[in-house]
Design a binder for this molecule. Structure first.
Ligand SMILES: Cc1cc2nc3c(=O)[nH]c(=O)nc-3n(C[C@H](O)[C@H](O)[C@H](O)COP(=O)(O)OP(=O)(O)OC[C@H]3O[C@@H](n4cnc5c(N)ncnc54)[C@H](O)[C@@H]3O)c2cc1C
Length: 484
């Protein structure tokens, strides 16, 4: 075990990196590295021997080669918006190098005829969306961090977001992938093919691998037609059961046109107002659950009439108590600002228990009820905050500690609360990570929840591709379990 502090071996590694990448692309001073070693939420801080910022795929390979020769592990980093501590090494433990992809951000080829976009992995998601827009198409992956997160990070975490309902997760939106493997070789499947049944689909191994199998350097993204109409409604309902009934009916009656279905527990609204004090709820806050529905369609369909008709039925059936359809894009953005403000508002509030779980669609309401009952019984001073991409069965069941509780005390309780929540998720045969991944935050819970065959197979994949455990050790698979 080496510490990131100076030692001849680490000085020699740094010198090799500097020689390969140049002075400005290798950060070694604490003040220069700091921005790469703390995460968006402020929950995680770490340390690294150096932060390398390669500007080309050739330089990424050079970084991996140098680190391998020196026996030092590599942590790939995208936009550093992941919420589970995967994108930089912990402050104590093995010395590692962070390889940041932020300078690898060229759009390589926008192909309108093939409806694909080839680009470097370090492009932000927003840049990818803008490049798709520029050729009259859309890249539908959408999430609150899209201005900062990178498409390489989206691939590495198999990101989800608000449009999964219609377009799937990152896994469904990637047609080709290029990666530098731990042995320094470059592998690519960037052919832009929608159909390719030649053997194992290796790109899927890298998608969701959280930097543990290689560094993603390029992607071929699948684009979709740009909708002519996007309609957004904000609805007040009496319960999660009613919200899920509306979700099922929307799927059945509005065909494939629903692009987002979010629920917001009304108790979350004050958080959104921490970010924007002027945010007004479009429906009465006395409804315990608010729902955001988005419908998108081409110009031959009347999206507004479809959504209004559907909502009128929901009101008539008593499933919805009130509903407002946005009359302008600006109003729709205000609706979304409430949903997006919750995430930032929680971060501003400080440490809190954050979860990102999923259950079967028919179990969402029962899961939320069970989790609320657990919180009320065992942690009555903590405040649940329930929201999420419920149309996909994805719930963020978060809890805010009592005001004034010292952070270390809240974190200690938080670990026990998380265990309790995960036990409920397991009772529903759900997932403890719907879309954020495992990182370093959930390794034990993840590993302990696997069956023997799954463990053996996952370890076999890891060892086959990364026999020296050079790629992001301690992320995803617990350190002690990485070798065969
Ligand atoms: C406000 C906010 C809202 C969010 N909303 C959502 C949401 O709705 N849905 C969702 O899924 N997530 C969401 N997230 C989480 C996060 O944005 C995503 O997980 C995102 O995909 C991470 O991308 P990144 O580039 O920031 O990756 P990072 O945080 O830099 O890295 C995440 C993991 O991927 C690995 N990695 C990064 N780049 C590469 C690469 N090029 N090659 C190999 N491995 C790599 C890292 O080693 C790390 O393990 C949200 C985060 C925030 C802060």
């Amino acid at each position: 075990v080496l510490s990131p502090a100076a030692s001849p071996a680490l000085e020699s590694l740094r010198a090799d990196l500097l020689g390969a990448l140049g002075q400005s692309a290798v950060l070694v001073r604490p003040e220069d590295k700091a921005g790469f070693l703390t995460d968006w939420s402020g929950d995680w801080t770490g340390d690294a021997v150096a932060v390398a910022r390669p500007g080309s795929v050739r330089e990424v390979r050079a970084c991996v080669d140098i680190c391998r020769r020196h026996g030092i592990a590599v942590v790939p980093q995208g936009g550093n918006t992941g919420l589970v501590g995967g994108a930089f090494p912990p402050a104590s433990g093995k010395a590692m190098v962070v390889v940041s992809l932020s300078r690898l951000d060229a759009v390589r080829r926008a192909d309108a005829a093939n409806a694909t976009l080839d680009l470097d992995a370090g492009c932000t998601l927003q840049k990818a969306k803008d490049a798709a827009d520029a050729i009259g198409l859309q890249f539908p992956l959408a999430l609150g961090a899209q201005g900062s997160c990178q498409v390489g990070g989206n691939a590495a975490t198999n990101a989800g977001g608000v449009n999964v309902l219609r377009f799937g997760m990152a896994r469904d939106l990637i047609l080709g992938l290029e990666a530098v493997l731990p042995d320094g070789s470059l592998w690519s499947s960037m052919r832009g093919l929608r159909k390719d049944n030649r053997g194992y689909d290796l790109k899927q191994l890298f998608i969701g691998s959280e930097g543990t199998l290689g560094i993603v350097t390029g992607l071929c993204l699948k684009l979709h037609p740009k909708p002519a109409t996007v309609e957004t409604a904000y609805v007040g309902v009496g319960s999660v059961e009613d919200a899920m009934a509306i979700s099922a009916l929307a799927r059945a009656e509005l065909s494939e046109l629903v692009t987002a279905f979010e629920i917001i527990g009304t108790e979350c609204l004050p958080l959104a107002r921490l970010v924007d004090a002027d945010l007004a709820s479009p429906v009465s806050p006395t409804f315990p659950v608010h729902v955001l529905i988005e419908l998108s369609c081409g110009r031959r369909l009347d999206g507004r009439a479809l959504l209004e008709g559907f909502l009128a039925d929901m009101l008539a059936q008593g499933l919805a108590g009130d509903a407002v359809v946005a009359q302008s894009q600006a109003q729709a953005r205000r609706f979304w600002a409430i949903r997006e403000g919750l995430v930032e508002g929680q971060a501003r509030r400080g440490y809190h228990v954050r979860s990102d779980v999923s259950v079967r669609l028919g179990d969402v309401a029962a899961f939320v009820a069970a989790a609320r009952a657990f919180a009320a019984r065992d942690w009555p001073d903590w405040t649940p905050q329930v929201y999420g991409h419920a149309g996909d069965g994805n719930i963020h069941f978060n809890l805010l500690p009592p005001t004034g509780m010292p952070r270390h005390e809240a974190q200690a309780h938080g670990r026990r609360i998380t265990e309790g929540l995960f036990a409920i998720v397991e009772a529903f045969r759900g997932s403890i990570s719907a879309e954020h991944g495992i990182g370093r935050a959930r390794t034990d819970a993840f590993w302990n929840g696997l069956g023997a065959v799954e463990r053996k197979t996952m370890r076999a994949v890891k060892v086959a591709l990364d026999p020296l455990a050079l790629m992001n050790p301690g992320c995803l698979i617990p350190l002690a379990k990485e070798s065969a």
